[in-house]
Design a protein around this ligand. Sequence first.
Ligand code: T3D
Length: 269
Amino acid sequence: MAFADLGKLETLLCSFSDGVATIALDRPDKLNAICRQMHADFRTALDALEADSSVRCLVLTGEGRAFCSGQDLTENLASEADGKPDLGQALDRDYNPLVKRLTALNIPVIASVNGVAAGAGANLALICDIILASESAVFVEAFCRISLIPDAGGTWVLPRLVGRQRALAMMMTGDAIDARTAKDWGMVWAVHPDADLAAQAQGFAAKLAAGPTAAFARMKQAVDAAWDNTLPEQLAVERDLQAECGRLDDFIEGVTAFGEKRPAKFRGR
Ligand code: T3D
C-alpha cells in the first residue's frame, strides 16, 4: 500500500503531500502516550513508507497540545506473575526496532515537537535527524521520576547532542528543558511560534523532499559512520560515498543547473 493511502490508523494519523510523509501521534487525551497499538501502527506506517519511493522526507509530530508523553504508564506494569514487569522485553519487542527503523531511513527525518516531549517521547524526537520545536515545547527526561534510565536511544543520542554533563543533569533531575534552551544547547535546529510550527515544518520538509535525496542518504550514512571512525577511516568513507554521489543523476543536474544559472531540479536519484 502507498503511504498516501494509509490515512488514519488507530493511534497514528498519516498524510502525504509534496514528497513529505507526516506521521502524527494521535492519542491527544493521553498526550500521545505510546501504547502497544501505537507500536503496531508504527510498524504498518513504516512498512508502507519504506516501500514507497515517492516519500522523500518524513515529519513526526503529535496531535493536540503534546508531542508525546512517553510510554503509556498504564501498560506494562503487571505483566509478570510477581507483578514486576520485564521492561527489557518491551524494549526488545517494540522500542528498539522502532528506533532502529527510524534512524535507518534513507530520507531526512524531521521531528516537529509541538508541545511536551517526555520520557521515550523526548528520545523519539531526539533520534530524528533535525528537530523543530514550538515555543511552548519542553523536553523532559522523565524516567528518573519513576526510577528508570532513559531508553529509546536517549543515553546514546542525548550526550552526543548536548554533552555528558547536560545529558546526565537532564536525566538525573528530570527538569523540563524549554525550547529556547534546547536550541541554545544544540538539541533543536529552530524554534517557531506555536501557531506557525506545523506550516514551518511542512515547508522545511517540502524543501528537503525536493533536494538530492540520494545524496542526503549518503550524508546520513557518513555522519553516522563518523562516530566510531578515526579521521583516516572517515576519509575513506567519504571517498567511497562521494564516488557514488558522482554517479548520481542529481549530480549531473546540479552541475548543469549551475552552468545554466537556474535552480537545480533534483529527482532524488
Ligand atoms: O513501561 C515501560 O515499558 C517502561 C518504559 C518507559 C519509557 C518511558 O517513556 S518512561 C517515561 C514515561 N512518561 C512519563 O513519566 C511522563 C508522564 N507524564 C507526565 O509527567 C505529565 O503528563 C507531562 C509532564 C508529560 C504533562 O503534564 P501536564 O500537567 O501537562 O498533563 P497531565 O494532566 O499530567 O496529563 C494529561 C492526561 O494525559 C492525564 O490523563 P487524565 O488525568 O486527563 O485522564 C494523564 O494521566 C495522561 N498522561 C500523560 N502522560 C501519560 C498519560 N497517561 C499514560 N501514560 C503517560 N505517559
